[in-house]
Design a protein. Structure first.
Length: 227
């Protein structure tokens, strides 16, 4: 990552007292997405596994839930980054070294030069939407861009762990498993070997959904605190 004299210290800004409308709107939108995904759990429960066809339907719903909860995380990270880029542009928050890695298309720059900054959030989001943010490195970079560390967030997610390092390792291991399973579902029909999809347990799906939901809300708490 490029270095910059503009890189600011993390976890030093006081909590804001005024609710940010863009961030609040995003939070409510994400809540609605997650509720919709969780509602499908009730649909999954309608199938008792008594027949092979019912099992196939149930597992299809399970796989769809994993794909959609990961998509919700991806969407959230794209949107929150776009909001933060807008705030950097408006000098509401200071730029960090991560800003040097963001590429903005020329047509957006032209719009900005013509004074059309009101559309910046949506335009930046459109320019970034083809990048997948479902990976640990990008998540950590976005956190650094905003001004906090995933290692600190991990400890708040897993307070029973005896150290920040152990909490972070737990986060890395679990989220790598989630992202890997999503990748196999999307790109390989959930098939590892033998030509048949691997089995998928209800408890696994519920754990994945809950872990990503908790992560998004903890991440958002840090965003609201810092910007």
């Amino acid at each position: 990552m490029p270095t910059s004299s503009l890189t600011r210290k993390v976890n030093t800004r006081q909590t804001r007292q005024v609710q940010d409308p863009e961030l609040n709107s995003l939070k409510e939108e994400i809540k609605a997405h997650i509720k919709d995904i969780k509602d499908k759990t009730q649909l999954r429960a309608l199938f008792s596994n008594s027949t092979p066809d019912e099992l196939k339907i149930k597992e299809f719903i399970s796989r769809a839930q994993i794909v959609w909860i990961c998509a919700t995380l991806d969407y959230y990270l794209h949107k929150v980054q776009s909001i933060c880029i807008f705030k950097v542009y408006n000098k509401e928050i200071q730029p960090t070294s991560f800003c040097h890695k963001i590429k903005v298309p020329l047509n957006i720059v032209i719009d900005l030069s013509n004074g059309n900054s009101a559309t910046l959030i949506d335009r930046v989001y459109e320019s970034l939407k083809n990048y997948s943010y479902i990976n640990i490195n990008t998540i950590e970079e976005i956190a650094q861009f905003i001004g906090f560390k995933i290692k600190d967030l991990a400890l708040s997610l897993y307070p029973a762990e005896t150290s920040k390092k152990k909490a972070y390792n737990k986060f890395i291991t679990l989220f790598k498993d989630i992202f890997d399973r999503r990748h196999v579902i999307v790109h390989k029909m959930d098939i590892i070997s033998g030509g048949q999809p691997q089995s998928i347990a209800d408890t696994l799906v519920d754990t994945y959904i809950n872990e990503i939901e908790n992560f998004i809300y903890k991440f958002h708490e840090n965003v609201e605190r810092l910007i």
